[in-house]
Design a binder for this molecule. Structure first.
Ligand SMILES: [Zn+2]
Length: 272
């Protein structure tokens, strides 16, 4: 079950745009700048991992949609804890839990954030649907990439400690991954505003938090990783930006693209 049999393609991951944060226009300008950059790049499509607007500000959804209209590639958004489910569905996309197939990979997107919690939640109805999506992908010989705002992977200080707790769907989700190990390549998340940080310790699945396009904060992860206080990986870059993913030929590369800056630091992983 090698990932090597997928021809390489690239896509962009933006997250946590937080339009309207502090009632300012900076986040919208950053989003517009990212769109201009992405338009001139080679990515096939864009994923947005949630917190489209800040604190569910109703006036910001039409502004988000107006800015998005300038993007010349398909974009697929999921809501975060800052999003209003109703407004997100009205303005951004009607169907939130959904999937699409691209060059041998099924991208499965689902909402796992609640407005009143930083933790993530996967309901039993969602687990039924995820199971169906995975079984279908298996029948069609597709690999799987999951996208949800809040990470499933357990974490604690120096990370934020926000994730899908065992009783909130984590245990069942990892059972599903076990059933499809080798087929599930990636779990993509936002929410943490810590740049690119993640783990590869459930089979070969890369579980990764992606940078915020609004602001990122330093959790001293480089230092905590070097002392063995925490595990996983971290790309030492925290400027406002997004990630450019290259997937295929058995390999993943996540390049950190700071807004208005050159691509520098990157993470890469190999699948057997
Ligand atoms: Zn956020």
């Amino acid at each position: 079950m090698a990932a090597a049999d997928i021809d390489a393609f690239s896509f962009v991951i933006v997250s946590d745009t937080h339009l309207g944060r502090n009632d300012g226009v900076a986040p919208e300008k950053q989003f517009r700048q990212a769109i201009a950059e992405i338009n001139s790049g080679p990515a096939d499509f864009v994923l947005h991992l949630g917190d489209v607007v800040d604190k569910a500000r109703a006036t910001q959804y039409p502004r988000y949609v107006a800015a998005r209209a300038d993007l010349k590639k398909p974009i697929h958004e999921i809501p975060g804890n800052h999003d209003s489910e109703t407004l997100f569905q009205r303005h951004v996309t009607e169907r939130v839990d959904r999937s699409f197939d691209h060059k041998g990979v099924r991208f499965v997107l689902f909402a796992n954030a609640h407005a009143d919690s930083h933790d993530g939640f996967i309901t039993s109805e969602q687990l039924d649907w995820l199971t169906h999506e995975c079984d279908q992908a298996a029948m069609q010989g597709l690999k799987i990439v999951f996208c949800c705002h809040v990470p499933v992977h357990s974490n604690r200080h120096p990370d934020r400690g926000w994730y899908v707790k065992p009783d909130n769907g984590q245990t069942a989700f990892y059972q599903l991954i076990e059933k499809h190990k080798g087929r599930v390549l990636l779990c993509l998340h936002g929410h943490f505003h810590n740049g690119i940080r993640g783990w590869q310790d459930h089979y070969q699945v890369v579980e990764v938090l992606c940078p915020s396009l609004c602001y990122n904060q330093d959790r001293n992860l480089e230092e905590h990783l070097s002392t063995g206080e925490t595990s996983g990986f971290f790309v030492p870059e925290l400027r406002t930006g997004y990630a450019i993913a290259k997937l295929g030929n058995g390999k993943l590369t996540l390049q950190y693209k700071p807004l208005a800056g050159a691509v520098g630091a990157e993470y890469s992983a190999k699948w057997k």
